[in-house]
Design a protein around this ligand. Structure first.
Ligand SMILES: [Zn+2]
Length: 430
């Protein structure tokens, strides 16, 4: 079922024509209304009329997170401040956040994309969504909330945390879907198991939407098995609308990115060169319908690929692969580039490993992987522990080519976060 069948299955050439029209319109608006962009375009002697093909976007300069920070808070607005009805900020580093402003239309359009996403995964009016993301300046919860309201589902705006109470709400309100971070989903699944609750019998959950932090395919499988549900990948970032930029359909093979709202490019993060579909690189997004704060060729720092094949679901909007990592998350040990997701993939596929882990970087060639394992393993034969430890070391070496130290810990030994998890602790003094 579709939320907007005409737009979701629009013919490829019509989609490109629509993109061109919206791109030209966006370029015109920022040229005349945002001094930052006018200056940038004048520097390369580019006028809005010079954009005649979607590919002409390659001529435009990138926008970076530093550009947003340098223009904090209102320097990138394309309509008067009075037209704005909401501001969200990005999570993340210390100092000033990135501020993103929305007009009434922007809020409505973001909600409409969420509605497409939810209906695409099988959500209907009679569903109950427990929204376990943080409500507030972070886009995650509120943008999803407005979209779910559009579909007409019952929303339980629980926010994260207080797991005992979350389970009570799930039982009392017959929650059928969760919106949750991967790290909290793992914790929740484990909590449910230790309480002796059988999800398939005692709860009503059918699906969960996981977003806000990259996670591995093995983690998805683990959560699906533990809770007996379907888990769908959700992609978004505060600088775009928050959630709803790209989302998985029923086939769960990559996320459809709504190309009538965004132009997606994959670039080589070092050279800025645009890569072909199927090649892995940094995703760059351009907003096509945003009024308040359009962004041109925004460097997301998220690493993925575009899946060129048509999806059997009939939607023509191309898919992106799961986020392989944020280019910021990548670290180097013994000269090898490593993403935390590679380590997560190995750990979550290993029998006996529990939900929580941490990567500690001690020096340029010394890394410790701390991992919680099932409680009963500590009570059993010590040789089993040694074998498990060796097995993890060997599997990690195969995946990341570097042999890390591995420490096995009892469940609960590592700090747990209800929001985004801090997986990498960097103790290196450079
Ligand atoms: Zn599909």
């Amino acid at each position: 079922m579709f939320w907007n069948e005409e737009l979701e299955t629009i013919e490829e050439n019509k989609l490109r024509n629509l993109q061109l029209k919206l791109l030209r319109d966006t370029i015109g608006r920022v040229y005349f209304n945002v001094p930052f962009y006018r200056d940038r375009f004048q520097q390369i002697n580019l006028k809005p009329d010079d954009i005649n093909f979607v590919q002409d976007i390659n001529r435009l300069p990138f926008t970076t997170r530093e550009d947003i920070l340098n223009n904090y808070p209102t320097g990138l607005l394309a309509v008067p401040r009075d037209e704005m009805v909401r501001v969200h900020t990005s999570s993340g580093t210390t100092g000033k956040p990135k501020a993103i402003f929305f007009t009434k239309n922007d809020i409505d359009k973001a909600a409409d994309l969420i509605a497409r996403c939810l209906v695409m995964t099988g959500m209907r009016k009679n569903d109950v969504l427990q929204n376990m993301m943080t409500y507030g300046l972070f886009t995650g919860a509120l943008v999803m909330h407005y979209g779910a309201e559009k579909v007409g589902v019952l929303i339980v705006p629980s926010g994260p945390g207080n797991t005992e109470r979350q389970i009570m709400l799930m039982k009392d309100f017959h929650t059928t879907a969760l919106h949750i971070t991967p790290s909290y989903a793992l914790y929740l699944a484990d909590y449910i198991k230790t309480k002796g609750i059988e999800p398939a019998k005692d709860l009503y959950i059918k699906r969960a939407y996981l977003g806000a932090e990259p996670y591995s395919e093995e983690t998805r499988k683990k959560i699906e098995e533990m809770l007996s549900i379907d888990v769908f990948n959700s992609y978004g970032l505060s600088e775009m609308n928050g959630p709803g930029v790209a989302f998985e359909c029923e086939y769960k093979k990559g996320m459809h990115i709504w190309e009538d709202n965004f132009i997606v490019e994959i670039i080589d993060p070092d050279t800025g060169e645009v890569l072909q579909d199927g090649q892995k690189g940094e995703m760059v997004l351009t907003t096509l319908q945003r009024e308040g704060m359009p962004l041109i060729r925004y460097r997301t720092r998220d690493i993925t690929t575009i899946i060129p094949e048509r999806c059997p679901c009939g939607r023509t909007h191309r898919r992106i692969d799961r986020i392989f990592g944020r280019s910021d998350d990548m670290f180097i040990v013994k000269g090898v580039n490593i993403f935390p997701q590679q380590i997560e993939n190995v750990l979550m596929a290993t029998k006996g490993v529990a939900q929580n882990y941490q990567i500690v970087l001690e020096s340029l060639d010394n890394m410790i992987v701390k991992v919680e394992i099932a409680k009963d393993l500590f009570d059993g034969n010590v040789m089993h522990l040694v074998n498990l430890q060796n097995k993890i070391v060997e599997s990690l070496k195969k995946e990341i080519l570097v042999k890390p130290k591995v420490e096995l810990l009892e469940p609960g030994a590592l700090p747990f976060s209800e929001g985004k998890a801090k997986r990498v602790i960097d103790n290196r003094t450079l």
